[in-house]
Design a protein around this ligand. Structure first.
Ligand code: NAP
Length: 344
């Protein structure tokens, strides 16, 4: 079965990752690329400032970039991936949903809306059924699914593994790569020889999205997970890969060995882009590290390490590739889940 897909915001940092990940995809065939009015009408090669570490696929380089409106995307495209700035996405995504497109989106608008699934296929695939409620309430023929923020998705799989011990409280401090801010997000003068101890909006996203992802959907309403989450988000001069220091308290006592075992054995999903093992756990206290470990599982695996007891619970480190597992790869997996579950 071939599914024709398109990318909204295809020329940006995340859009380029989509193109890289879709090259040679077993079922998805790239059929539409959109960007801003300045790029529309140009060939992709001309419009995109290509910065990914593999060449632009030849067929994609010659495709014409369209404007980001439903009229400019062919009707026979079955699934759209969205990597637009969130303000733009908030304006244009509803038009695509009204027109009947299924959209798997990276942008932060609507992530916490009660009728929008915020999903990580290995963690909460059942939340996709919120689409029924979404269609009823919004009158959309299409469907909107979001993936979480890149710092949230790095931590949540490890928390999902620990939840069998009754998660009560989580504190997390992040060391986030510059690519998370997009190409023009942080200037070299700001970040070289430096660390910036606040990332606007990021802390709130980690605190709320993680509770939605681990929440319970009973078919009618989604109840957020009851744990407390406090996040401190920091930008550091790495290129890719967010490293996070997590402190977790659980209702049941849990040893570092039992926690490592729960993470190692947490089941992955049976989708084309899921890693065989979702979480790799290092014994070595000095791992994971961004430069050494961000490409594990072609950038789709989560790494954890440094599991140790504290007076109140556990501490550990986790890491994921922010533009692959944290952005384009996350949307791609959601697209694969939408197909698998028959929504596309
Ligand atoms: P980016 O590099 O700035 O790319 C933005 C894309 O949107 C470009 O294709 C741009 O086209 C297009 N665009 C901008 N304004 C537009 C408009 N008015 N109408 C139509 N298209 C427009 O941004 P990014 O870093 O790829 O991020 C994209 C989204 O993913 C954002 O919502 C971001 O928060 C989210 N995200 C990013 C990361 C990450 O690690 N970077 C992680 C998770 C989530 P032109 O080239 O024509 O301007």
């Amino acid at each position: 079965m071939t599914v024709r897909v398109g990318i909204l915001g295809a020329t940006g940092a995340v859009g380029q990752r989509f193109i890289q990940l879709l090259d040679d995809h077993p079922t998805f065939e790239l059929a539409a690329l959109t960007a801003s009015e300045e790029s529309a009408g140009k060939s992709y090669r001309e419009a995109a400032k290509w910065r990914v570490n593999t060449p632009i696929p030849d067929d994609v380089a010659e495709m014409t970039v369209a404007a980001t409106t439903p009229d400019d995307v062919p009707d026979d495209v079955d699934l759209l991936f969205s990597s637009l700035p969130s303000g733009v996405a908030a304006d244009v995504e509803p038009g695509f949903l009204d027109a009947g497109y299924v959209v798997s989106s990276n942008s932060s608008n609507d992530r916490m809306a009660p009728d929008v699934p915020l999903t990580i296929p290995e963690i909460n695939p059942g939340h996709l059924d919120l689409i029924e409620i979404q269609r009823e309430e919004r009158g959309w023929d299409g469907a909107l699914v979001k993936n979480p923020n890149c710092s949230t998705i790095t931590m949540v799989p490890t928390l999902a593994a620990l939840d069998e011990f009754g998660l009560e409280s989580v504190q997390v401090s992040t060391l986030q790569a510059v690519s998370g801010a997009g190409y023009s997000g942080v200037t070299s003068m700001e970040i070289i020889d430096n660390a910036i101890p606040h990332i606007g909006g990021e802390e709130e996203k980690m605190e709320t999205e993680s509770r939605k992802l681990l929440g319970t959907f009973d078919g009618a309403e989604l109840e957020l997970h009851g744990m407390d989450v406090a996040a401190s988000c920091n930008r550091i001069p790495t290129l890719d890969g967010h490293l996070e220091n997590v402190f977790a308290e659980t209702a049941d006592d849990v040893s570092p060995e039992a926690a490592a075992d729960a993470m190692r054995t947490y089941e992955s999903a049976d989708l084309p882009s899921s890693p065989a093992q979702l979480i790799h756990v290092f014994e070595d206290l000095e791992r994971p590290q961004p430069r050494l470990d961000r490409e594990r599982g072609e950038g789709m695996q989560i790494s954890a390490g440094g599991l140790q007891e504290t007076p109140s619970g556990l501490k550990y480190n986790c890491l994921a590739h922010n533009t692959i597992r944290g952005a384009a790869g996350a949307s791609l997996l959601n697209g694969e889940l939408l197909v698998e579950e028959g929504w596309v």
